[in-house]
Design a protein around this ligand. Structure first.
Ligand code: HEM
Length: 438
């Protein structure tokens, strides 16, 4: 269910394409534009406020020039059609050299490289993606159905055992996807807590509660070294004693007939191990809170379970756990009527694009019956479209299909908190009180 849209991306003279986008660049309207939502990690601590700011930006235009202290200037693209238009032109807008927003000092002082699918462009990207693509096709994912069902039953059993009060984020939403992806990779269960900690340190490096230490270049390199140390041992093991797991496929992967170089092999494990759980956990916890905040939607879902797939799309639109990826323009062009120069950096705001009022009617309304919820762009689009999208959807569907019918009532038992991260994030805590039906 990849989203479609008319192109908002255009070469300078295309009036048709220009019309597809909200063509009002950077107009000044009343209060100063809330441009810090892209660069200030603190702004992610209050998601409702972030969302309102994003909607306010749509009023001003589909693309915005962001010049903030410490950051190289970039264009923040919030227009839904423009995000898709850029993604469907990977030769014009490349992932390299910097696919994730970081402060200039952090980029300049980097001590260690990381190279994952996200850092690659054609022709390399296709060769590497092809290696594991079959593992993530719907037919393969379907085979995991029983495993997901048993994890979902365990999750409901755990809620029962916890006796009516718990932190849904850490007790349920964090462990579930972690167990799925690490099982697919083939890692032993005793290593799961270590993987969880390393992932949170990698993605949550900006958040004081999750970071290993202040995110200096040394600390970032240390976290990566720990990943690499772990995965080097795994590679040796799977080369000498292959099994049928995904780690074996990566360890023995060949590109153009040659073994994968070390940096790329480490990057492959790292992206599968990390992208596969924090993201899905965030959608689960964020989806749970949305149902708690909108009890009429929860009641509707209980009355009409067939709405679940659409409800899951709406949860994914609502949460957009991957906040952005960056692209670099390779030629002079135009986006939303704005001149873009070769070399310019563009920030694709998946979260803001999911709140584009031109596509989503009343975008700040959580609505499990929204007719076009599947137009959300939380999984990106085009050649880099999330490899794990179907897996993530199935995990969410499985968990909520077991949980929702069992809920007698559920409410917040305290204030939730969210990760202060500009890249990947969601709930850190979601205290809940509940009663389950017998
Ligand atoms: C709700 C959960 C998830 C969200 C919101 C999400 C989001 C994303 C996004 C936005 C991208 C970049 C797409 C683009 O550039 O167009 C991506 C790429 C990727 N995701 Fe996910 N993801 C999720 C779950 C997963 C899972 C469960 C896996 C399993 C391994 C996974 C593996 C990957 C990989 C390997 C890539 C890189 C693909 C490439 O560059 O070719 N993701 N994801």
């Amino acid at each position: 269910m990849a989203p479609t849209a008319t192109s908002a991306l255009s070469r300078p003279t295309s009036p048709v394409d220009r019309a597809a986008c909200h063509d009002r660049g950077m107009q000044a309207i009343g209060a100063p534009a809330p441009y810090d939502i892209f660069t200030d990690n603190e702004r992610w601590g209050d998601l409702d406020d972030w969302n309102r700011s994003a909607v306010a930006l749509h009023e001003r235009g589909g693309i915005h020039r962001i010049e903030r202290d410490g950051f190289s200037p970039f264009w923040a693209v919030v227009d839904h059609a423009a995000v898709l238009g850029i993604e469907r032109n990977p030769a014009m807008f490349t992932n390299g050299p910097e696919p994730v927003l970081a402060a200039r000092a952090a980029i300049d002082s980097r001590l260690m490289e990381i190279k994952t699918l996200i850092h690659m462009d054609a022709p390399e990207h296709f060769k590497y993606r092809r290696l594991t693509a079959d593992w993530f096709k719907p037919a393969s994912i379907k085979r995991l159905g029983d495993r997901l069902d048993s994890l979902s039953r365990e999750a409901v059993g755990k809620l029962e055992a916890l006796g009516g009060e718990c932190d849904f984020a850490t007790e349920i939403a964090l462990p579930y996807p972690l167990q799925v992806i690490l099982r697919i990779l083939g890692l032993p269960e005793q290593d799961y807590p270590r993987m969880l900690m390393l992932t949170q340190q990698l993605f949550g490096g900006e958040d004081p509660d999750l970071q290993r230490d202040a995110p200096t270049p040394e600390v970032v390199a240390e976290v990566l070294m720990d990943f690499y140390g772990y995965f080097s041992a795994l590679t040796s093991d799977r080369r000498s004693a292959p099994t049928d797991d995904l780690a074996t496929l990566i360890a023995n992967g060949r590109i153009d007939g040659e073994p994968m170089p070390d940096l790329e092999t480490m990057g492959y494990y790292t992206i599968v191990a990390t992208a596969g759980h924090d993201t899905t956990s965030s959608a689960m916890a964020g989806g749970m809170q949305a149902l708690i905040d909108h009890p009429e939607q929860l009641a509707r879902l209980q009355a009409e379970p067939d709405l679940l797939p659409n409800a899951v799309e709406e949860m994914i639109r609502w949460t957009a756990p991957v906040r952005h990826f960056m692209r670099t323009a390779q030629e002079d062009t135009e986006v939303c009527g704005q001149q873009i120069k070769a070399g310019d950096w563009l920030y694709l705001s998946y979260k803001a694009a999911n709140l584009d009022p031109k596509v989503f009617d009343d975008p700040l309304r959580f609505d499990i019956t929204r007719p076009n919820a599947d137009k959300q762009v939380s999984f990106g689009y085009g050649v880099h479209f999330c490899l794990g999208a179907q897996l993530a959807r199935n995990e969410l569907r499985s968990l909520f299909s077991h949980l929702v019918p069992r809920l007698e009532w559920i409410e917040l038992a305290g204030d939730p908190s969210t990760m202060k991260s500009t890249f990947v994030g969601g709930h850190k805590t979601l205290p809940i009180r509940y009663e389950l039906k017998g």
